[in-house]
Design a protein around this ligand. Structure first.
Ligand code: GLY
Length: 357
């Protein structure tokens, strides 16, 4: 088992290893001494793991219930949070009790938000079961929901009390869901780790013998960033590489026809092509990134037009007044923030003389 400690305002450990879900109750008990646990999970993950996890929590002395919601980004809304509150009220959850996020990014973000707001804040533990959640969303305390006007526009920073990443859960992911998570692995390499970027050029990099090292490496990069900038005043914005355009694309498709990782892949490719055209990124970087994304089966383009992206960006959190902070690559492995007036974004993104599609 690999252990990484995140030294945020309230420090916590991330445990990474095989077969950890069956010990999840005991691992939760080490950091929470409440009476009750509510396991929040979705309709895909529940049949696979919820009974195993519930049994472990019962063995650890928690009165345990399971809340299951329909899988998919479309469930990530206030309506689902409201249903979680109802369950917490019915079960008399106190400030000492525990919420358990069992699943991918949607589950983690929503459970964290419910934990941040129930009784003004209770403990929650992350049990991420997708690659995307293990390398990115379960770490760092961003929680929230989408509203029709945009993704993650309502939320709170609240760190989990522990993250338990059981990498054997990756074996049950569909190819598409695994590939979705590879977008965040590639993002991490592209912004901060040139040697990881090169390593990923080999498509055996995520074989069962080496994936724990890669996942731990991504988590450790995120740990460093989050420790230095927990509330995203500066450096943490780099983790949003590809996300401004990616979120706009997700919104354009009403959070249903494209997944987060696929949208981010398109976003990373499009913004890097644009910044290389403007001379802000070393020549050849966009081609290398495109090759890497394709190697892992990720999309690099979409039929949405420039106006579709722009309308999705109007309420983006990366906007600051009349400006927007774009995350750009200097080269593969190094990123920086480039602040641009919103009024210049269309020409920044457009291929000379026409809209890029
Ligand atoms: N997913 C980006 C962050 O946690 O800051």
């Amino acid at each position: 088992m690999t252990q990484i400690t995140v030294k945020t305002t309230c420090p916590y450990d991330i445990l990474i290893g095989d077969g950890l879900l069956q010990r999840s109750g005991e691992l939760a008990r080490q950091v929470n001494n409440g009476h009750r646990a509510l396991i929040v999970t979705d309709s895909n993950v529940a049949p696979l793991y919820s009974q195993k996890v519930a049994a472990s929590f019962i063995r650890a002395g928690f009165e345990t219930e399971i809340f299951t919601f329909p899988a998919g980004e479309q469930s990530k809304r206030l309506d689902t949070i409201s249903k979680i509150y109802t369950r917490l009220a019915q079960a008399n959850f106190t400030r000492k009790d525990l919420l358990v996020a069992l699943g991918g990014g949607v589950t983690g973000d929503m459970t964290g938000f419910a934990a941040a707001t129930w009784l003004r804040g209770i403990d929650f533990i992350q049990l991420p079961t997708t690659l995307l959640a293990q390398v990115d969303s379960s770490v760092g305390g961003k929680t929230g929901v989408d509203i029709p006007q945009g993704k993650n526009l309502v939320g709170a920073f609240r760190q989990p009390v522990r993250v338990v990443a059981d990498i054997s859960t990756l074996d049950t992911l569909t190819h598409a869901v695994f590939t979705d998570g590879m977008a965040e692995v590639i993002k991490t390499a592209a912004i901060m780790d040139a040697s990881l970027f090169e390593l990923l050029m080999d498509d055996r990099a995520m074989s069962s013998g080496s994936r724990r090292d890669i996942i731990s490496r991504c988590i450790d990069i995120k740990r460093r960033v989050v420790e230095r900038d927990e509330y995203e005043g500066g450096e943490r914005k780099l983790l949003n590489f590809g996300h401004t355009l990616g979120h706009a694309l997700e919104k354009h498709y009403n959070y249903s026809d494209i997944t987060h990782g696929f949208a981010v892949a398109v976003g990373m490719n499009k913004i890097t092509a644009a910044s290389e055209r403007r001379g802000l990124t070393a020549k050849g970087t966009a081609a290398k990134l495109e090759l890497l994304l394709k190697r892992w089966g990720l999309p690099v383009a979409d039929k949405a037009c420039l106006e579709d992206y722009l309308s999705g960006i109007r309420l983006d959190k990366k906007r600051a007044g009349a400006d927007i902070d774009l995350v750009l690559l200097r080269d593969s492995g190094h990123a920086f923030i480039h602040t641009l007036p919103m009024a210049d974004l269309a020409s920044f993104l457009a291929v000379t003389g026409e809209d890029e599609t």
